[in-house]
Design a protein around this ligand. Structure first.
Ligand SMILES: [Zn+2]
Length: 458
């Protein structure tokens, strides 16, 4: 057994000395023990503080874009301010099913007078918002663009938080089936955030994301907004993104996002500039030309060092006309291959426009190909139809024509036969007349002989 030193008032001085020596030997252990205790108490205190923090509800502001006289984008029967309101109402309703969240809206229903962007941000500030979500639908000048995108502040913590939330939002929008146009910043001429709502919110240190759900003027996106129920689905999706980002729980919905991992985005030291230059590289190569069908297989190698590739469009007439925009597809790939249909009887001159993440493009090299004289399906169909029409007309007209033809032929032959017949009949007639003449003269001779005999008798 190990002998423990006895420390006491009555203990002899030598034992005191030994104890002190031992304490000194174990001093570092004691320091470590004290340190550990301190640290543990710190954790307990921090945990309590976090619990207090967790009790504070998250405050979010939903901003349904536009309103009043400001209609936003308009196309066919779609009006942006009405669509954003439907999404916002659904988003609020869904978010309120979660615990620990307080939801405000910058407008409830349509508004009489236009609400400025400054007023909207000021409202968010007045309720002490942790985040503002601005709901929008997009439209492009030539109705060519499609897909969803998020705009965020180019500065500091608002950039970092904005990017982190937008990553959750974009993931969900892509899961829904929309094409991602990315998470982007945009600056005005003064070098501050271009979008007023983001600029004014950032000035008030409120993180703010402008969600452009999709394009309301494009066939590719139409299946996502053509019914109110689909707009409500956008609202639910936005709410789910918020719930994930803030690690919320909902008993009603039976979901718990407390373990959700947000994308960690470091706070940038400077401004995160948008891409202002066109695609860096865009080259094409023709892999195959099918002379029978007119199909041409093209490989595009394109790169954009700032914002990556987003779309491409192809042309067979050296850029006079282009196809609709096509998805770049896998954005991590620099090379894509596609097959295009080239019409016959022209000299194909192939070019491709490669678009970057900011819709800026570069036109590729041009490749001239030999003309293809295959028949298109339409041409084949037309030809068939023409043949059938001819045949049916022939069938209808054949008996008449045949008669005409035979009549004509017969009449020619008959003319010749008639000629020889009349000749024959004439000859016969002449012969008959001759025979008749001879018979008649014979009768006359015989009669005159009889008379002469009778005269001789008398
Ligand atoms: Zn808008």
């Amino acid at each position: 057994m190990h002998k423990m030193p006895r420390a006491g008032i009555l203990a002899p001085v030598s034992e005191w000395m030994i104890s002190l020596k031992r304490i000194r030997q174990n001093l570092n252990k004691i320091v470590i023990m004290l340190g550990m205790t301190g640290l543990f108490s710190g954790f307990v205190w921090y945990g309590d503080w976090m619990d207090v923090q967790a009790d504070e509800p998250v405050i979010v502001v939903i901003d349904p874009g536009h309103g009043g006289e400001n209609l936003g984008a308009e196309y066919e029967n779609y009006v942006e301010k009405e669509m954003t309101m439907i999404v916002a109402d659904a988003m609020k309703e869904e978010l309120e099913k979660y615990d620990g969240i307080q939801v405000y809206m910058t407008r409830y229903g349509d508004i009489e007078t236009d609400m400025t962007l400054e007023e909207r941000s000021e409202f968010a500030k007045s309720v002490n918002a942790d985040f503002m979500f601005c709901l929008h639908f997009n439209m492009s000048e030539y109705h060519t663009l499609f897909g969803a995108e998020c705009w965020i502040s180019a500065f500091g913590e608002e950039y970092s938080k904005g990017y982190s939330f937008a990553s959750v939002e974009m993931d969900l929008l892509q899961e829904l089936g929309l094409y991602s146009r990315g998470i982007k910043t945009r600056l005005n001429k003064k070098g501050t955030d271009y979008y007023g709502i983001i600029r004014t919110a950032t000035e008030r240190e409120i993180p703010c994301v402008l969600i452009e759900h999709c394009h309301l003027d494009q066939e590719n996106d139409k299946p996502f907004y053509d019914y109110d129920e689909k707009l409500k689905a956008f609202g639910k999706l936005d709410a789910t993104a918020v719930a994930k980002y803030f690690h919320l729980r909902s008993e009603e919905l039976g979901v718990d996002y407390s373990g959700y991992q947000n994308v960690e985005v470091p706070v940038p030291s400077g401004v995160v500039k948008p891409d202002s230059t066109e695609t860096d590289v865009c080259m094409i190569e023709v892999l195959d030309q099918n002379m029978e069908t007119g199909e041409v297989t093209v490989q595009v190698s394109a790169m954009d060092y700032d914002s990556g590739m987003l779309y491409y469009a192809y042309s067979y007439d050296n850029g006079e006309t282009f196809s609709e925009l096509q998805k770049w597809g896998d954005k991590s790939q620099d090379t894509i291959t596609f097959t295009m249909q080239v019409p016959p009887h022209i000299v194909p001159q192939i070019v491709v426009n490669g678009y970057n993440g900011y819709d800026l493009y570069k036109t590729s090299n041009m490749i001239s190909l030999p003309s293809m004289d295959y028949k298109t399906e339409e041409e084949i169909a037309e030809e068939l139809a023409r043949q059938e029409a001819l045949e049916s007309v022939a069938m209808e007209e054949t008996p008449k024509k045949y008669k005409e033809v035979t009549y004509d032929v017969i009449s020619e032959e008959t003319a010749q036969d008639n000629m020889s017949l009349s000749y024959f009949l004439t000859v016969c007639g002449v012969c008959a007349l001759l025979v008749l003449g001879m018979v008649y003269s014979m009768i006359l001779i015989l009669r005159s002989r009889k008379r002469r005999r009778r005269r001789r008798r008398y």
